[in-house]
Design a binder for this molecule. Structure first.
Ligand SMILES: [Zn+2]
Ligand SMILES: [Zn+2]
Length: 743
């Protein structure tokens, strides 16, 4: 009997066909395997019993990078006779073109070959196979074939070619393969850009790092700046040169054993860290610390990840101690991916470990954390990007969603899915905007995509909004849709959880443009996928100095002090007041009372700032989200009390809570009660509206807040397995675009 087996899911470009081929051969089956529009199709001539056994084997032993969504078995009407089992070449037009595979960390088999003196790829820094290596970062066009990647300029040697063509080989159709003879190679530069000719480059780099030097290392999706994580002087030097006084650095380690000496991990975190995506995972620091205290000052978490390329692996094996590995970029500019770009940073590094495989699509490291056994993301990039997320319904329209201005991502719609770009970053400088446009172009090129609908934020000054308007100006047939920032946030979490019905959506965020022109960010919506009503929000307060207030928590605290005490503030004795001169205070008072450059805001993120300043935790931030992280570290589980609050005419007046904090003598108690109060506010609203509770917005990157809510309201709908910050906006925008009647 002939059976047709259709397998859907992530089954193309992941070694599925040779796997099926080898399995069929070992089971002495006849037939063929081929790619089709939905995935993989197999025809076998055998008994029903054997066919079932075959499928069982497929399920149990599928290639590591594959993911099976469904297996359908039928019996074809036509007659087939087979002499043997073959891999049938698929009609190219039939190939599924909607999936760009992500970059994958080195696999165990390649790792052991890398360390095997008798292997021809012993210590070859670019060793890969079908189950590992770069993909997204080297791809120029789909389908994912060598000629469409930056490997096209490396002509395979005879030995590599044989492996590539042999279905029984682990490297059958592994697009990035190469060896010392034919593949990419590494080189070493000094800070003038001159190539250094040394015996063994990796040994030399290891020596530099041990000596406290800063080394730029070209990886998969960009460059890292690397130094010893044990050496205070080196870390301090990196902080000074990079002008990054306190933002935590990520640490890369050799293996899980080394990692366990630095941080406490749960089994879930261990699985995540060791997965072939190798993200940075935020972990709790252990008490005994061998690391430099300058790596992540004043906070109780640490971002750690395992070596993920053969090159990192070789360096860390030889160094045998943890390294700081931070993305190499000039402030406000995108990640460096070319030699020219890294040379512009040569004042920061002493040596650069270069290679000649071009990075086509840059990709930062992904950052995740686990709370209450659930996975959340801070940055969706290498290994996870592009992300393929669900749309509530299929659409024929081609939607391009351009995202927010900070932590930008862009997205396009394909059928019932949204493809979300990796983390692009903040669109603050000219080169960042260019970088953003290049990501839009990549999606358009790879997917052969021309948008009918362009979606952007309502903020008129966002670079992404300006670009949307440019696209509209170039082509008036394009439909332009503007979506409110926080509604897009809620829609993103709803989309992740396949919810379209009415919910109570909480959007606690930094600042975003509201429908009334004020800066929202502490909102409760009653909404579904077609409309929203803002039912409750934090009462507006003034951001004295606008943009400046976002970087200076003390300005937010001062705004509340002015509200409570007016001009009398000048007589008060507290840390916020003490951080200003008398002259500044009187100027700021004028600005506050007249509303000069002091926009109104309901942002919850800014409330963290106000609390952090009034408790003397921080008055001026050196990186975004710093006040929240510092407050998190002060939270004490044993404190159960809350502050009084009230909801009047749909507004929660935070100055009432602020006044109580001001009277508190103990900092830890104040911080803990502040967190408890926020949770209580959410619980209160949840009871009042009696709708499914949906959380969204950057504030929910705060682990303490998430943990407390999950405990209190276990069925809360969360932004799981994706980001809750502004990187989620493009996804939410794409969902919003579906509702418009014209679509
Ligand atoms: Zn491999
Ligand atoms: Zn070769």
């Amino acid at each position: 009997m002939v059976f047709s087996i259709e397998i859907r899911g992530v089954v193309q470009g992941v070694g599925f066909r040779p796997f099926v081929y080898n399995l069929a051969i070992s089971m002495q089956l006849k037939g063929y395997v081929s790619n089709n529009a939905h995935g993989v199709i197999i025809l076998v001539d055998t008994t029903k019993y054997k066919c079932e056994e075959f499928i069982e084997h497929i399920r149990a032993n599928r290639p590591p990078l594959s993911d099976i969504e469904s297996i359908d078995i039928s019996q074809p009407n036509e007659n087939h006779t087979f002499k043997d089992f073959t891999i049938k070449k698929s009609d190219n037009s039939q190939e599924l073109t909607s999936m760009i595979p992500s970059d994958v960390a080195i696999c165990e088999e390649c790792k052991s070959e890398l360390e095997d003196k008798n292997n021809r790829r012993f210590e070859y820094p670019f060793i890969t196979c079908t189950n590992c290596g770069p993909r997204f970062s080297i791809i120029k066009n789909l389908p994912y074939d060598r000629k469409n990647t930056s490997m096209d300029r490396f002509k395979m040697c005879k030995k590599c070619q044989d492996e590539y063509e042999n279905p029984k080989d682990r490297r059958y159709h592994a697009q990035p393969i190469g060896c010392f003879e034919c593949g990419p190679s590494i080189s070493l530069l000094d800070s003038s850009g001159k190539e250094l000719h040394v015996g063994n480059i990796v040994d030399e780099v290891v020596k530099f790092i041990s000596d406290g030097k800063i080394v730029a290392i070209k990886g998969i999706g960009g460059y890292h700046l690397v130094c010893s994580a044990l050496n205070d002087k080196a870390v301090q030097l990196l902080r000074e040169r990079k002008q990054r006084p306190s933002k935590p650095f990520a640490i890369m380690v050799k293996d899980i054993y080394m990692l366990k000496q630095i941080a406490m991990i749960s089994s879930k975190e261990e699985v995540l860290l060791s997965s072939n995506k190798r993200p940075i995972v935020l972990l709790k620091k252990t008490e005994i610390e061998s690391l430099s205290s300058l790596v992540a000052p004043k906070i109780n978490q640490l971002g750690l990840f395992l070596a993920y390329t053969p090159l990192h692996h070789m360096i860390l094996q030889k160094l045998n101690s943890p390294i700081v590995a931070t993305s190499a970029n000039i402030s406000y500019e995108p990640l460096c991916t070319t030699k020219d770009e890294i040379m512009r940073l040569s004042c920061v590094w002493d040596y650069c470990l270069e290679h000649d495989r071009e990075i086509v699509n840059s990709c930062d490291d992904s950052v995740l954390f686990v709370e209450n056994e659930k996975i959340f993301m801070l940055r969706c990039a290498r290994g996870y990007a592009p992300a393929y997320l669900k749309l509530p319904k299929k659409t024929d329209k081609k939607i391009l969603a351009l995202g927010a201005n900070q932590k930008n991502t862009v997205a396009i719609s394909i059928d019932d899915k949204v493809v979300v770009s990796p983390y692009i970053g903040d669109l603050d400088g000219l080169s960042s905007v260019e970088y953003f446009k290049s990501h839009v172009d990549t999606l358009k090129r790879v997917y052969d995509f021309e948008p009918d609908v362009v979606v952007c934020d309502k903020h008129p000054h966002y670079e992404s909004t300006k670009y949307a308007k440019e696209l509209k100006a170039q082509n008036e047939n394009i439909e332009l849709i503007e979506v409110q920032h926080h509604y897009a946030h809620v829609l993103a979490t709803m989309g992740l959880n396949s919810i379209t019905s009415k919910v109570l959506g909480v959007s606690f965020d930094g600042t975003g443009y509201g429908d009334d022109g004020n800066l929202w960010g502490g909102e409760f919506f009653v909404c579904d996928t077609s409309s929203y009503e803002r039912v409750v929000h934090f009462k507006y307060f003034k951001l004295i100095g606008g943009e400046k207030a976002i970087k200076e928590p003390r300005r937010i605290a001062l705004s509340f002090l002015f509200e409570l005490y007016g001009k009398e503030v000048l007589k008060l004795n507290n840390h916020t007041i003490a951080s200003f001169s008398a002259h500044e205070l009187s100027l700021l008072y004028q600005a506050w009372i007249k509303g000069l450059n002091s926009p109104l805001s309901s942002s919850c993120g800014r409330l963290f700032d106000a609390v952090a300043s009034i408790l003397d935790v921080i008055h001026v931030c050196s990186y975004e989200g710093e006040s929240g992280l510092l407050l998190e570290s002060l939270y004490d589980e044993s404190v159960k009390d809350i502050y009084e609050f009230s909801v009047l005419n749909g507004e929660i007046d935070f100055s009432v809570i602020f006044y109580q904090i001001l009277k508190e003598e103990n900092k830890t108690i104040a911080v803990s009660k502040f967190f408890n109060t926020l949770v209580e506010i959410i619980c209160d609203m949840s009871k009042k509206y009696d709708l499914p509770l949906v959380l969204s917005g950057g504030v929910f990157q705060n682990r303490v807040l998430l943990r407390l809510i999950m405990r209190k309201i276990p069925d809360t709908i969360l932004p799981e397995m994706f980001v809750s910050n502004d990187s989620a906006i493009s996804y939410g925008q794409a969902i919003a675009a579906l509702q418009f009647k014209t679509l």
